[in-house]
Every structure is written in structure tokens, then in C-alpha cells.
Ligand binder design. Structure first.
Ligand SMILES: Cc1cc2nc3c(=O)[nH]c(=O)nc-3n(C[C@H](O)[C@H](O)[C@H](O)COP(=O)(O)O)c2cc1C
Length: 189
């Protein structure tokens, strides 16, 4: 295959993508302000289907998720999650499921599981964006109290929350480091 001298620009990438997948990827931003409108069941189903379509190491799918929509529970979980900004109408709790591993599985295998949870969360974020919703991953939370509130068993390790809802404002796109700075071709030099 010919060596690509120039990295693709967003414009050319969009042009090449008839399905809009790249468009969704390139236009997603974290949303931290939401209306009070609930997220309809059909949208939740689409997002969780996209989420569990993510790849996982050896297709182990060592993950588990809790979708919190009950307003009282939402409020309680939020009170232990300072990283949640605004008032989302939905919170996703994304977990690593240690029960999917055997005792002989080492730390490196379990670490792979966290990568898989992160991939599933990215799918959830993109699906939310494609559906016109806004979402934000959140790592600033206290797992202990949230675990108790949601009756989570010991074998589930809370990895990330995702706040989601109908966006109240248009988010400002965040910046990225220059491609030249972070991507090299055919070797690092
Ligand atoms: C692992 C991870 C943890 C994050 N935790 C938080 C958080 O606790 N609170 C928050 O408001 N945003 C959080 N974010 C969102 C980032 O701040 C955001 O993705 C980043 O600034 C880039 O902006 P963008 O998503 O709009 O491109 C987190 C993102 C990631 C990937």
C-alpha cells in the first residue's frame, strides 16, 4: 500500500463517510448542561445496544452497566459524583465484571477489561450524540457510596459514569493537539 504523505483532514474524512459515522465521531463534544426532559426508552435501548457492540478482549465482555433514570436515585448518585456537572436525566454506571475472570487470570488480563469498558463507553457517547443527546464521561465519583445506593455486588468494579440527557446548550468543541505532534507514520521520528 502506498505510504500516505498527508494525514486525512476532517473535511476529506467526512467526504468519504456516507454513513455519517465519522461525522458523529468528529463532532462529538462533552455536554454538561441538560434539559429536564427524560430520555425515551427507545433511545436508551439504542445507546445500550451500541455500547455492548464494542469489541472486547477475547470477546470476554467482562462488563456490566446500570442505567439510572429514577429521579430520586439520580439525585443520590449525583451527590457522590462531584464530576457530574449539570442535571442529567440519565446516568450510566459502567463496571468491570470480575466474575467473568478465572483465578488464574492475572492483572494484565483484568487491565484489558478496563480498556473494553472504556470502548463500550465511547460507543455509548457516540450513540447519544448521533441521537441528538448530550453526554459526558465522568471519573470523579465515590464508588463506595454509589455501590451501596445501587446494590452493586462485590465482583463489579465501578470504572466510569456517563451523564446524559437532552442538551440545554450547544457545547463548545474542545481543542486537540496537532496531528503532527501526536501521529507519526512508519516509525517514530
Ligand atoms: C476517563 C475520563 C474521565 C473524565 N472525567 C470527567 C469528569 O469527572 N467530569 C467532567 O466534567 N468531565 C470528565 N471527562 C470529560 C473530559 O473533560 C472531556 O472529554 C475532555 O475535556 C475533552 O472534551 P470533549 O469530550 O468535548 O472532546 C472525562 C473524560 C474521560 C475520557
Amino acid at each position: 500500500m502506498a505510504r500516505r504523505s498527508e494525514p486525512p483532514t476532517p473535511q476529506t474524512a467526512l467526504h468519504l463517510d456516507p454513513t455519517g459515522v465519522l461525522r458523529a465521531i468528529l463532532t462529538r463534544s462533552a455536554v454538561r448542561s441538560y434539559t429536564a426532559e427524560p430520555v425515551p426508552d427507545a433511545m436508551v435501548e439504542s445507546m445500550v445496544r451500541a455500547m455492548v457492540s464494542a469489541p472486547s478482549a477475547s470477546n470476554q465482555q467482562a462488563w456490566a452497566f446500570v442505567v439510572v433514570r429514577d429521579p430520586v436515585r439520580l439525585h443520590s448518585v449525583r451527590s457522590f459524583a462531584p464530576g457530574v456537572i449539570g442535571e442529567p436525566s440519565l446516568l450510566l454506571v459502567a463496571c468491570l465484571d470480575h466474575s467473568r475472570y478465572s483465578d488464574s487470570d492475572g492483572a494484565h488480563v483484568r487491565r484489558q477489561g478496563k480498556l473494553c469498558v472504556a470502548m463500550a463507553v465511547e460507543n455509548f457517547l457516540l450513540a447519544a450524540h448521533a441521537l441528538g443527546l448530550g453526554a459526558c464521561p465522568v471519573s470523579s465519583f465515590l464508588p463506595g457510596p454509589i455501590r451501596l445506593l445501587l446494590n452493586m455486588p462485590d465482583h463489579l468494579e465501578l470504572i466510569l459514569l456517563v451523564a446524559a440527557g437532552h442538551p440545554a446548550t450547544k457545547p463548545n468543541p474542545s481543542t486537540r493537539r496537532d496531528l503532527d505532534e501526536v501521529v507519526r507514520y512508519d516509525g517514530y521520528r
